[in-house]
Ligand binder design. Sequence first.
Ligand code: PLP
Length: 386
Amino acid sequence: MQLAERMSRIGTESAFDVLVRARALEAQGKDIIHLEIGEPDFPTPQNIIDAGKKALDEGWTHYGPSQGLPELREAIAEYISNTRGIQVSAANVCVVPGGKPIIFFPMMALLQEGDEVIYPNPGFPIYESMIKVCGATPVPVPLVEERGFSFDLNVFRKSLNSRTKMVVLNSPQNPTGGTIPAEDIKAIADELRNRDVVILSDEIYSRIVYGNDKPVSISTMPGMLEKTIILDGFSKTYAMTGWRMGYGVMPPFLVDPVNKLMVNSNSCTASFTQRAGIEALRGPQDDVTKMVAEFQRRRDAFCAGLNSIPGWKCAIPGGAFYAFANVKGTGRSSKEIADSLLNDAGVACLNGAGFGQYGEGYVRFSYANSYENLMRAVERIKAWAK
Ligand SMILES: Cc1ncc(COP(=O)(O)O)c(C=O)c1O
């Protein structure tokens, strides 16, 4: 049977492939330190689990509105308004199973052949995958290490033209952990204000930031709210990757198309998880604070460890839980290094080129693993590098 032509354009996430290879090595008795998968290693906070269990007992086990439960949408609107300093209402919110559908659905709704989409490279691989599946042309803009992995603004400006339909921003960023400084957000907004474009602002790591410089959402810039889709969710902030719950906050003209795509694909997000989502947003936030403090402790020690290896250079990331180490000084390709670290040193990490061509020369480590394992990983990499 022949697959549809569009399947030749679909990509994937290498993290899941590396996980499979790491598990196969473990099945042979090898000890692997997992620094490949991007999910918090903390349990979901107990108050959220309790709310989910209570919801099951109360019978939240049926279909709900495809846009999401009104009370959760209210809680999300309040949360986004307060954290970003903007004014959005429950009518702008679409609740979906995870953050990913807020890449898939708006792209399905907006893109077609002839459209161009600007997106970060290296970047979350699903952007390019979905742009291509939708028949549009991906226009990668390199992230520059010396600029804290923010866009190369000159390339960004040159990439804009009358075919540009969408611009994807991601801050804090996967895979680099970089955040886009406020002055760059302002410069990007200035370029886009008078254009007929939609901005997909992936803010899924917005709460996992270190230091006092909170990332600025482009939606706060004058004239931008009406053209911005904010992607956020519960996976990373509340260690809820397996609950599958995320949301988009979007201009009114996109709400109905996204809803229709929900009706056609999922009907609705699981009802009891949405009840737990209300508790996540409105309940105590201490567990999030503790998790972020622990990530920061690991980041500092792990990056210092990587920086002590000859030929390695790791910028200190401002957010998320990824270290994107520059290995150009070793003279070996990122793929060679990532493969050999897995097979010979027992450290699973990702080839930076899996995030786009400008990721060559880097490897990504997720420091969502215990402090002890991270220190063991540094020792293994050091011994391997000798
Ligand atoms: C940048 C970015 N956006 C979106 C997502 C999707 O998150 P979810 O698991 O909620 O679908 C991820 C997950 O790794 C991510 O790194």
